[in-house]
Design a protein around this ligand. Structure first.
Ligand code: DX5
Ligand code: ZN
Length: 218
């Protein structure tokens, strides 16, 4: 199966967002990854609801909103209204994760749970059947352009066994440091969705970079 490619607009030319989104509309990417950072959960601030709305005005692809924020329950409805088709919240940021997942699904969005590199996939066992996808951070969240953490491969295998044990249809999304070198191995290990920021937007030909990521990693 070909993976879903989700370019992260964090690495795009934000001053020319319309042009960047139109480029993604022409591409083989199925999702557009929107990284929301609050400067509290992560040591960086990216952008918020108005930027998500602006992307949505031009996007023909599904918006995949990754909330790296505290108290995500306060904002998920606003992001749904800003065009989100899937929303992921961090395990580490949620006191009532099950409730947060139900909230996202009740809005009609796909629900994802994201975990940091240090968080064990085993902790997700009791919500696995409730989420549409698990987002494994393959860098520490907060910044684009970081080096891929190799332990992610082990986490994919662990998550795969958990999914098989519970016979769920949970998809696996990998986020951080994805490039042509690791994409194929990630998909072989069991990844279904690949987020890529710098590798796409810093390449000389983002359209063929996206196409190659998708096709060459099958
Ligand atoms: C990191 C973000 C990632 C990031 C990926 O906190 O969640 O989505 O934008 O960017 P690259 O592909 O450059 O590591
Ligand atoms: Zn992300």
């Amino acid at each position: 199966m070909l993976p879903i490619i989700a370019p992260s607009i964090l690495a795009s030319d934000i001053a020319n967002l319309q042009k960047e989104v139109e480029m993604l509309n022409q591409s083989d990417a199925e999702w557009i990854h929107v990284d929301i950072m609050d400067g509290v959960f992560v040591p960086n601030i990216s952008f918020g609801i108005p930027v998500c709305e602006a992307v949505n005005r031009h996007a023909k692809k599904a918006l995949d909103v990754h909330l790296m924020i505290e108290k995500p329950e306060k904002y998920v409805e606003a992001f749904k209204n800003a065009g989100a088709s899937s929303i992921s919240v961090h395990y580490e940021a949620c006191h009532h994760l099950h409730r947060n997942i139900e909230q996202i699904k009740s809005l009609g969005c796909k629900a994802g749970v994201a975990i940091n590199p240090h968080t064990s996939v085993q902790l997700l066992e009791d919500v696995l059947a409730d989420v549409d996808f698990v987002l494994l951070m393959s860098v520490n969240p907060g910044f684009g352009g970081q080096k891929f953490i190799k332990n992610t491969f082990k986490k994919i295998l662990d998550l795969k066994s958990l999914i098989e044990k519970h016979q769920t249809n949970t998809l696996i999304e990998i986020d951080g440091g994805v490039n042509a070198e690791n994409a194929g191995k990630l998909v072989k290990a069991g990844a279904d969705i690949l987020v890529a920021g710098n590798f796409v937007f810093n390449s000389s030909d983002p359209l063929s970079t996206i196409r190659n990521l998708r096709v060459q990693s099958q």
